[in-house]
Design a protein around this ligand. Structure first.
Ligand code: ATP
Length: 776
């Protein structure tokens, strides 16, 4: 599982609630040059961060919405859970095999919905079918045991003679229950590849022409690791400089205005997208993940990065075919009856081709980009250096944040994403979780055609969830789709604990019968039962507006560090609970708005990696956004209400017995202790007052504002010295240079440069302090 831990911490301050959302975006001014340079990595790390905060954020938001909505007593209708009878998915016998190597397939088989199960399996004669004495037994669709032949085994014996050995009466070969008619003396399996024509189109959809990756250096076979490292660091430095210029008022000779800054940012953002494409898969994945992080990045960046969702270059069919052959051990023409050279989708980590198995089953083959592992190794090695720099740097939270830990988690997740066996197992588990919910569809994994880098799945075409035109044309119920998307997610978070961590519109589609198809199980989250219990406690605490309990739960969840004085945290939590929970239904905010509020409040607090709160809400705000697009009347609270009510009911019923007695006993104990200790407490207060009067007790007061002002003054003082030194050295250099002492002049120029850099750094620090002051 993808268990994403929260790492790092931030300091605590309550910030102006009223301004927070606009400010969060507007004030995207990176405090130091270092931060500007590594914003990309920061985004990457934060996007993939801790699942606990992720969920904690979601539950808080949910409780907030529900409490503000007063919804827990409404009797909302549960969306229709029925599934239409006609199911046009393709399914075939080959996926019904049980292979010893992949135990999970048996579960697949058992859970398979009968409506989907188009039986092409035939009961086979075991005597005729054994290949090299080995055959695989599976349960046929009619419930009887059927002997099945592993396709891999069959591929091994693909020569004519081998094939002939499997023929029955010289005319028919049975492969995994499907019949292949043998037309002539050549191999029955080796067929000339024939692409489907318009008249003979095996698939309904038209294919788009995808751009090719040939012009990209990362796609070249001879791309060296040195070149890669140079490219990567050049990008980081160029981006740092561009952001610096975008944000520095002095960089606008005709005068600074917000419009001009926006226009420049737009240019930088489009440059960034290009660069991300140039840098390849690891960064494309990062860019995609960032495209919903409007809390961290200006709108212009988010919009540009969102374009990465679809526009990822494809690699050539030759590469794809060679790769499949290397991975699966046989040429494509032998493995498949048909294979479409043009991919239906090209994503950051792989591309998807349609194919037809020899038994006629339609499948998709997801092929990983060649050389991806090597690229990941280099990229992550470099990103580790960045993490180490962050760990040392005060600016990035230094020792209070576990950057190395975050890096480790992230690289684990990325490596898991490029392991398609892992993805296949995730898909199986996800399908099992939804086996009783007929309106969620998860394509079957064809394990025999799957390896770490090639994943073959049942072909499950659908209309992308944000394609309103097609959804309307087919007459689907938009509001039902919106509710189902959210509901399926609530089930994952609250019930099964195993959730799809990347539910962008490309990964959700509508099947012909209106059910929801999930694609891409590379990045999944897993909530352990201990965590789930704590999260439920957190949910109740938020619902009861009990800040102490909220803090206790956050500490238990390791989402908050119990170090130092927690009273400022308590104040901000209470502020958040009071403000949001007192909202009337018409003031009710969207999940993404609440998410932004959470980020604003969490800034500078000892939460572990609070920026993951955006990741927390990423899935839900994406789905919520889809919900609003599909149905303007859509309400998250409405869909979530029955689930929240259920949680509250469970608690109520739990409390009814032993817990109530326990609670009464606890309260009685508290009351007795308080009464007994009262005289002693009054005596203590009296002692304090006496000590104060006698001057024995001194109160030390720290005025943080003055401390900050003094710090600012000292930085400005140093900045003045740097200016003078830099100017003087520059003057000396010019003089020496005019006198012909070029060598010494160069030395003084370098000195001037160093002081100039120190000056810029000081100015940045002043700017940071000012920004911080504005926020508190
Ligand atoms: N079983 C399937 N049947 C039909 N189409 C599919 C299937 N699996 C994937 N696709 C299509 O291929 C696209 C890309 O698939 P997928 O998301 O699994 O690839 P990916 O490389 O993991 O992409 P990303 O990581 O960017 O989300 C999907 O959006 C969908 O259109």
């Amino acid at each position: 599982m993808t268990r994403i831990k929260e790492k790092g911490g931030v300091f605590l301050k309550v910030i102006q609630y009223g301004k927070r959302r606009g400010e969060a975006l507007k004030s995207w001014v990176f405090p130091t040059v270092g931060q500007k340079a590594f914003v990309f990595f920061q985004l990457y790390l934060s996007t993939l961060g801790g699942s606990r905060s992720w969920i904690a954020g979601f539950l808080i938001s949910m409780a907030v919405i529900l409490a503000s909505h007063g919804c827990c007593h409404h009797g909302f209708e549960q969306p229709d859970r029925g599934r239409l009878a006609d199911d046009l998915s393709f399914s075939g016998s080959i996926s019904n095999l049980k292979y010893p190597k992949f135990e999970s397939l048996a579960n697949d088989f058992l859970e398979r919905r009968p409506s989907r199960f188009v039986s092409e399996g035939r009961q086979l004669d075991s005597n005729k079918l054994g290949i090299n004495g080995r055959s695989v037994k599976s349960i046929g669709t009619n419930g009887r045991a059927t002997r099945m032949v592993s396709t891999k085994e069959l591929m091994k014996s693909k020569s004519d003679s081998d094939v002939r050995r499997h023929s029955v009466n010289g005319s028919k070969v049975v492969v995994n229950g499907a019949s292949i008619i043998k037309n002539n003396s050549t191999s029955a399996l080796v067929k000339t590849q024939r692409m489907p024509t318009r008249e003979d189109n095996l698939f309904d959809e038209e294919l788009k022409v995808l751009p090719s990756d040939e012009s990209f250096s990362w796609a070249k076979d001879n791309y060296s690791s040195w070149q890669r490292t140079i490219d990567l660091w050049s990008f980081v430095l160029s981006f740092r400089v561009q952001v610096l210029f975008d944000n520095a008022k002095w960089a606008y000779p005709d005068g600074f205005t917000e419009e001009k800054q926006k226009a420049r940012r737009k240019r930088t953002a489009s440059w960034l997208r290009e660069q991300v494409l140039q840098l390849g898969p690891c960064f494309i994945k990062l860019g995609q993940l960032s495209s919903t992080r409007s809390d961290l990045f200006p709108r212009e960046f988010v919009d540009e990065l969102a374009k990465l969702q679809d526009k990822v270059p494809a690699f050539s069919p030759e590469k794809a075919r060679a790769f499949i052959e290397r991975e699966l051990g046989s040429p494509v023409d032998i493995l498949f009856r048909e294979f479409e050279d043009r991919p239906i989708a090209a994503a950051s980590l792989g591309q998807v081709h349609r194919a037809v198995l020899h038994n006629g089953e339609k499948v998709v083959v997801k092929i990983q980009r060649p050389g991806l592992k090597k690229l990941f190794d280099i990229d992550l090695r470099n990103l580790k250096l960045v993490a180490e720099y962050f760990q040392r740097s005060e600016t990035f939270g230094g020792p209070s944040r576990d950057w190395i830990g975050i890096y480790d988690e992230c690289s684990k997740i990325l490596y898991e994403e490029i392991d398609y066996i892992h993805e296949g197992k995730n898909a199986d588990r996800f399908r099992r979780d939804f086996r009783n919910i007929k309106w969620v569809r998860v394509p079957l994994v064809i394990w025999d055609y799957t390896s770490t880098k090639v994943l073959t799945l049942e072909y499950a075409p659908g209309i992308k969830i944000n394609n309103l035109e097609k959804i309307d044309a087919r007459g689907y119920n938009r509001s039902q789709i919106a509710s189902r998307a959210i509901e399926s997610y609530l089930i994952q978070i609250l019930k099964t604990g195993f959730f799809h961590a990347d539910p962008h519109p490309g990964n959700l589609a509508i099947d012909r019968d209106g059910s929801l198809i999930y694609y891409d199980f590379g990045m999944m989250g897993d909530i352990k039962s201990f965590t789930r219990e704590r999260l439920l406690e957190l949910f109740y605490a938020v619902y009861e507006k009990d800040s102490n309990k909220v803090i206790r739960c956050l500490i238990d969840l390791e989402a908050l560090q119990p170090t130092g004085d927690l009273s400022p945290v308590r104040r901000s939590v209470q502020y958040f609970l009071d403000n949001l929970l007192s909202q009337t239904p018409d003031q009710q905010q969207t999940l993404s708005a609440i998410g932004e509020d959470l980020f604003a409040i969490a800034t500078d607090q000892p939460f572990r990696f609070p920026s993951t709160f955006t990741f927390v809400l990423r899935a839900f705000s994406t789905l919520e956004g889809i919900g609003y697009t599909l149905d303007p009347e859509f309400s998250f609270a409405k869909v979530a209400a029955p689930y929240a009510q259920e949680l509250l009911d469970i608690r109520q019923s739990r409390r009814s017995g032993v817990e109530v007695v326990e609670e009464i006993r606890r309260q009685a104990n508290d009351a007795r202790n308080t009464t007994m200790s009262m005289p002693y407490r009054i005596q203590r207060i009296e002692e304090f007052v006496k000590q104060l009067e006698a001057g024995d007790l001194k109160l030390r007061v720290r005025v943080l504002e003055s401390e900050r002002a003094a710090r600012k003054a000292s930085i400005l003082h140093m900045a003045t010295i740097y200016t003078v030194l830099s100017g003087s050295l520059l003057n000396i250099g010019v003089t020496l240079s005019s006198q012909g002492n070029q060598f010494i002049a160069n030395g003084t120029y370098i000195g001037a440069g160093v002081f100039l850099a120190l000056l810029i750094r000081s100015m940045q620090r002043v700017k940071n302090l000012e920004k911080f002051e504005k926020m508190i």
